[in-house]
Design a protein around this ligand. Structure first.
Ligand code: SF4
Length: 870
């Protein structure tokens, strides 16, 4: 048996350790790494099913120039020449890199060095801009350095955890499980502040469903309350903080409980409950995420949270800290090397002495001397003709940036576009002049930093497929071909790591907490064997000294932004976010049939009363329109939505949907300090879409690039793919999507129903079911037939002789247990809590990601009905 390799999860910023045991060239058994401090052996559903995503489906395996395969030499020469020529002709600011929190720290370092020290511009930005740049800006304003002053251990030590703008149960499940463990073991209180009632709120002590965009008022009100109740720490304020003129007058004016409750649109009694709890609990962690960061006032929102912690002295102490939790696996590593357009390198900004210092360290010929273009501005600059060559690494801006249709125009318009990625065809790479095959998770070698500053190794356990190469290698080869052979003479990731560590320590007299001096001279073996470690110590700022010139932290005066009343044309507010079992644009999680079961379509969630007023029913299709464009979603009624607000997921792309993308809807408006887009608050409209027919396609093997109808969405199923489809006109054109083979067909003219199955060599190759007025059968049995040895014409009945009752939507993906099965078990066996459900049917006993959903289901079944069943 092959030895297990200790590595790190590919997905979120929790940064869980993984033990990967290869079982073949492209197969692996995944387990949680029990020794890793971030997860202690636990994994969520995404991490648990990583083994299903390491196949080669859709991989880019060779360099491509246009649509022709090319050699690495030719491709790299072309990229180097085009960038060199563009810089010579139009200057360094005419080129740009758009990179990703998926890159390892070593990849990031080489890209940042090439751009900022050698090409001579800071036009390198990252998709982390969309995720946590407001936290970076907030930390810099308050602490003088981008430090997360917390660790996961604080969650174990807190008496109160406040989650603000974070659906932790879905987006950072292992952190959520740690919070739940603290609640069970030591009675830690949990408050959730979120306009939506998500699964994170299940069982919380308090949920404040505030009006979106009112976090500044809420937190300033909290500080006013603490001030009034004598909960602030005068000695800490006097010795360790600077406040701008008028700060306290501002806090003491107009932030009373009643005014704040009105602004936030919540009951004063609820707000008072929260304020009293916060005031009474010294050990408080306030954990925040995209709901705070992804706002046009994101940085102010971050600083209002930090203000409260600073003024109450709740920082640098056990169980007391503001805690920004990041979305991506290495957003933090990118911040450390300086891979944002707004920072230079190693936590240094563009102050002349820093430019001079870094230039000396790199022996750089052409240092960038000012910040570069941040993501949204970068793509705007392309549309304005100011950027002539762009290199996109490991990200999909055609889907993920706001106003994504304009981004597509930019990708089409830029004179030279390079995309390095693991996937051959993404919504971005279809526009590329050159595509370079990059290493994927399981092949990469380097380090990542998670949300609590723990640096871990990502280690390879599979060979690079085809001609794929690590990102650091691709970038350094371009640097060498541009003429800087010595500066980019790296043979291995350890060379880059040591140089990065040396730079963090270079002339660092303590002004920067980021100092990896001890790593600067480690050998290759020590790098290989590196154990996870947290830089900056367990309790940064424990001595009350911050990274500002005078050592004092800064309180920042913030004002609640004016929120416009909804316009007649755009009466709703659109919020966007993630699903529990999908990651970004689904290029990897989309390969897992198990993960697809949790949500098989993108839903627009809407309050039932809003839907009723608009004549929309659960399960209808509805078009969501904004000033930027429109998309169609399946309607899901949700009493977790506030009235007037709707929610759509970010994951579906043009590769896996027709007309069902979210990315094109949000406005390209950004926070003035961080440049982070405000994804959470877009004026929108929603209306029912009436189609003449609806249906589904199930296909084995090769799948069409695009389904020709008004609306279609695709997910992976065992042995193939399932498409939900709807449209107008003759649905017969969908038959072009079916493979060749023996055809069986059933038509019911009265219902306008057509069922077609294609059978090849006795096996089911594809089905198309459409109906104009009738109902469609459950897809589950038909999907099961894709892997059956023999099928016949009876497949059109869509159920077999021993078909089980419909399981309903999958809740527990690990054991494939559906809603109907869980409800039946609860009723039949009078189950009263989540452990009892686990004991009875297994749900929730593996990764645990579905436990909040199980609690939610339990809460919706009246206890009396259980007793009646006893
Ligand atoms: Fe991966 Fe889940 Fe851990 Fe995030 S919480 S790092 S997705 S296993």
């Amino acid at each position: 048996m092959t030895e297990a390799i200790r590595t790190t999860c590919a997905y979120c910023g929790v940064g869980c350790g993984i033990s990967a045991t290869p079982t073949g060239p492209r197969s692996v058994t995944i387990k949680g790494d029990e020794q890793h401090p971030a997860n202690g052996g636990r994994l969520c559903s995404k991490g648990t099913h990583l083994g299903e995503t390491v196949g080669l489906t859709g991989r880019l395996l060779h360099p491509m120039i246009g649509n022709r395969r090319a050699s690495w030499d030719k491709s790299l020469d072309l990229v180097a020449k085009k960038f060199r020529d563009t810089v010579d002709r139009f200057g360094p600011d005419s080129v740009a890199f758009y990179v990703s929190g998926q890159l390892l720290t070593e990849d990031y370092y080489v890209a940042n060095k090439l751009m900022k020290g050698f090409i001579g511009t800071a036009n390198i930005d990252t998709n982390s801009r969309l995720c946590m740049s407001s936290a970076v800006a907030g930390h810099n304003r308050a602490f003088g350095e981008d430090i997360v002053p917390a660790s996961y251990d604080d969650l174990d030590e807190a008496d109160l955890i406040v989650l603000v703008g974070s659906n932790t149960a879905w987006c950072h499940p292992i952190v959520y499980q740690r919070i739940q463990a603290a609640r069970a073991e030591r009675g830690t209180k949990l408050v959730v502040i979120d306009p939506r009632r998500t699964e994170t709120c299940e069982g919380a002590d308090l949920h404040l469903a505030v009006k979106p965009g009112t976090d500044v008022a809420l937190m300033n009100g909290l500080l006013a309350w603490c001030d009034q109740e004598g909960v602030t720490d005068p000695a800490f304020i006097a010795d360790h903080l600077n406040a701008p003129e008028g700060f306290w007058e501002h806090i003491r004016t107009g932030h009373d409980l009643w005014t704040t409750a009105k602004t936030c649109d919540i009951a004063p009694a609820l707000l008072e409950q929260f304020y009293k709890l916060f005031a009474a609990t010294a050990r408080t962690v306030t954990l925040f995420s995209q709901g705070i960061n992804q706002s046009i006032r994101g940085t102010d929102q971050v600083n209002t949270i930090i203000n409260v912690h600073l003024a109450t002295g709740r920082i640098g102490k056990p169980g007391a800290a503001p805690f920004s939790i990041t979305g991506q696996p290495n957003a933090m590593g990118g911040r450390e090397v300086g891979g944002l357009a707004s920072t230079l390198a190693a936590h240094m900004d563009f102050a002349p002495e820093n430019v001079e210092r870094v230039g000396r360290f790199w022996a750089a010929p052409t240092m960038a001397t000012k910040p570069g273009l941040k993501a949204v501005d970068l793509f705007r600059a392309i549309n304005e003709g100011r950027i002539k060559a762009l290199w996109v690494m490991a990200t999909n801006p055609a889907v993920s940036l706001p106003d994504a249709n304009r981004v597509r125009e930019a990708l089409e318009a830029v004179p030279f576009l390079v995309v390095s990625d693991i996937i051959a065809d993404t919504d971005t790479s279809v526009h590329a002049d050159v595509r370079l095959p990059a290493a994927g998770w399981g092949e990469k070698d380097g380090t990542v930093t998670n949300s609590d500053r723990t640096i871990s190794r990502q280690r390879p356990f599979m060979a690079l497929p085809g001609e794929a190469k690590p990102d650091w290698w691709i970038i350094k080869e371009v640097g060498r071909r541009m003429g800087w052979r010595n500066a980019f003479a790296y043979d291995r990731p350890a060379d880059i790591w040591r140089e990065h560590a040396r730079l963090t320590a270079y002339q660092n007299d303590g002004a920067r907490l980021l100092n990896l001096r001890a790593q600067a001279t480690i050998g290759n073996d020590a790098y290989e064997a590196m154990e996870p470690f947290r830089w900056g110590g367990d309790k940064p700022f424990a001595d009350g000294r911050f990274s500002t010139p005078d050592g004092k932290a800064r309180l920042v005066l913030t004002k609640q932004m004016d929120l416009q009343e909804p316009l007649q044309q755009w009466p709703m507010t659109l919020n966007t976010g993630r699903y529990r079992d999908q990651w970004h644009t689904m290029t990897r999680t989309g390969l897992s049939a198990k993960l697809a079961r949790h949500r098989e379509e993108p839903l627009v969630e809407i309050h039932a009363e809003d839907a009723q007023e608009l004549g929309i029913a659960d399960g209808d299709l509805a078009q969501v329109s904004t000033a930027q464009g429109n998309s169609i979603f399946r309607v899901g009624l949700s009493d977790g939505q506030r009235r007037g607000e709707i929610f759509t997921p970010i994951h579906w792309t043009d590769q896996i949907s027709t007309g069902g993308r979210t990315g094109l809807l949000p406005r390209p408006l950004v926070d003035p300090h961080s440049g982070q887009p405000g994804f959470k608050l877009t004026p929108a409209r929603i209306e029912k879409v009436a189609t003449e027919w609806k249906g589904f396609l199930i296909l084995r093997g090769e799948q069409p690039a695009r389904v020709p109808c008004l609306w279609a969405t695709k997910v992976t199923v065992p042995g193939g793919a399932l498409y939900e489809v709807a449209g107008n006109g003759d649905p017969a054109r969908l038959e072009a999507c079916l493979p060749k083979g023996d055809r069986v067909e059933a038509v019911d003219v009265s219902r306008g129903t057509r069922r077609v199955a294609i059978i090849k060599d006795g096996k089911l190759a594809g089905v198309l079911f459409v109906t104009r007025t009738g109902l469609l059968p459950s897809r589950d049995w038909l999907i099961g037939q894709l892997e059956a040895e023999e099928v016949g014409a009876s497949v059109l009945a869509a159920r077999g002789p021993s078909s089980q009752p419909d399981k309903g939507p999958t809740i527990c993906v690990c054991f494939d247990i559906g809603l109907n099965q869980i409800v039946a078990a609860i009723r039949d066996q009078s189950l009263v809590d989540v452990p009892a459900i686990g004991k009875a049917i297994g749900a929730g006993t593996n990764c645990g990601s579905c436990r909040p959903a199980l609690a939610n289901i339990l809460a919706q079944i009246p206890q009396e009905t259980l007793h009646a069943a006893e």
